[in-house]
Design a protein around this ligand. Structure first.
Ligand code: PMP
Ligand code: GLN
Length: 404
């Protein structure tokens, strides 16, 4: 067996001490710790109100917690099936049928994953070969680009345009080549809160109809769409679904991001390949949480219907509290994120500002330029704030921000 390539230079740890042993040649040499971890750690260190990393500061539904606790304490603690427990896959199948009119076979088209993150990884790995091009839209969720590169693929970044962060379809058409293998769609969109309209779907249909291009729908915020908007899942459109991996996350829907359980819905031929990879990435996902989720989906199948109003009220509260501030409030049509344009407060770079305000003001946020291939292409002076927080937390943060 040949040994992997080894760098000749010595590596140093974060405080400059040389590290012993061989140093791997990194497949992701330009990647540091994610912005979410960086900002949450900084917020913790400085006791700041953490509106950076996207997670609620309230708990999931008590009935769900009780069900998981039941399974945990009643012997449901060994390996579940590789694709996920049957009752959960059946409940997911009912949900996508009810919501999006997709009739899918839970045994052949649904796989439970370790969060959407694992789903995204396996979906990308299922179709991207060395040299394949993958179109992603900037600002792009942070895992897409590195995972594409890990497969030897080439991420093709296309900036979303205008203050509403929409897709420039002409630009997409021009970016398609014979190497284009995949387009990753994220609606509702993190970090901007933009939501696809019907015209986007029509444009996508025309673009891919005579091609072998696959699609990933990152739909983790599927239940958080505001102002009477509709979530346009790729599950709704038969012609698009036949080439799609649709990914979602129970972490978002039930306020339990730390459980890391999500799923992938994909037609049989794509699920077959997806599972080949999933079985060697995590093999499966913890048993008691899967059974607890299955019971909860069965008992309260309409629970998610509360989410748009619940989060819309939080968005509106946060924005109304900031009405008298110097921030310009960007439209947020979905997700639990709000972009605030700070150009009338300061002309600092967003990542410098996010760090400084965490330390000095005690409010942590996320700079959005880090979601661009080249941060300099980000023409917006904006920070992302997570409003999935108790109203008291939002009031405290807004009071501080209004003093600027
Ligand atoms: N995609 C997007 C757009 C996200 O915002 C997140 C996380 N918040 C994920 C994927 C990953 O979800 P999970 O925590 O279930 O892995
Ligand atoms: N998706 C979450 C966010 O956007 C963070 C997830 C993570 O920390 N990896 O804030």
């Amino acid at each position: 067996m040949s040994s992997p390539p080894v760098d000749v230079t010595t590596a140093f740890n974060s405080v400059g001490t040389p590290l012993k042993g061989p140093v791997p040649v990194s497949k992701l040499p330009n990647v540091g710790t994610t912005i979410f971890t960086t900002m949450s750690v900084l917020a913790e260190e400085h006791g700041a109100i953490n509106l950076s990393q996207g997670f609620p500061d309230f708990d999931g539904p008590p009935e769900l917690l009780a069900q998981v606790n039941y399974y945990l304490t009643n012997g449901f603690n060994q390996y579940p099936p590789m694709m996920g427990v049957a009752p959960l896959r059946q409940a997911i199948a009912q949900k996508v049928d009810h919501l999006y009119g997709l009739k899918c076979d839970p045994d052949k088209e649904i796989t439970v994953t370790a969060g959407a993150t694992e789903g995204l990884f396996c979906a990308i790995a299922s179709v991207v070969h060395s040299g394949d091009e993958v179109i992603i839209f900037d600002p792009a969720y942070d895992s897409y680009d590195p995972v594409i590169r890990l497969q030897g693929g080439v991420p093709v970044h296309i900036p979303l345009t205008g203050s509403s962060f929409s897709v420039d379809w002409q630009c997409v058409r021009e970016a398609i080549t014979e190497r284009t293998r995949l387009i990753i769609i994220n609606t509702p969109h993190n970090p901007t809160g933009s939501v696809w309209e019907e015209d986007d779907i029509q444009q996508l249909r025309e673009l891919v109809s005579d091609t072998n291009i696959y699609l990933i729908g990152d739909e983790v915020y599927e239940h958080m769409v505001f102002d009477q908007r509709v979530h346009r899942s790729l599950c709704r459109y038969e012609d698009l679904y036949t080439r799609s991996f649709v990914i979602s996350s129970f972490g978002k829907t039930y306020h339990v991001t730390g459980w890391k359980v999500g799923y992938c819905v994909a037609p049989e031929q794509l699920t077959l390949e997806f599972r080949r990879i999933h079985q060697y990435v995590t093999f499966t996902v913890n048993t008691p949480v899967q059974y607890g989720l299955a019971d909860f989906l069965q008992a309260q199948p309409e629970h998610h219907l509360q989410l748009p109003d619940f989060y819309e009220a939080k968005r509106d509260l946060f924005c109304s509290l900031l009405a008298s501030s110097k921030f310009k409030i960007k439209p947020s049509s979905g997700t639990y994120f709000q972009l605030l344009d700070y150009s009338e407060v300061t002309d600092e770079l967003d990542h410098v500002l996010a760090e400084r305000w965490t330390k000095e003001l005690g409010v942590a946020s996320i700079p959005i330029s880090v979601f661009y291939q080249d941060p300099e292409n980000c023409k917006h002076k904006a920070l992302r704030f997570c409003f999935a927080k108790d109203d008291t937390t939002l009031r405290q943060a807004a009071e501080i921000l209004c003093k600027l």
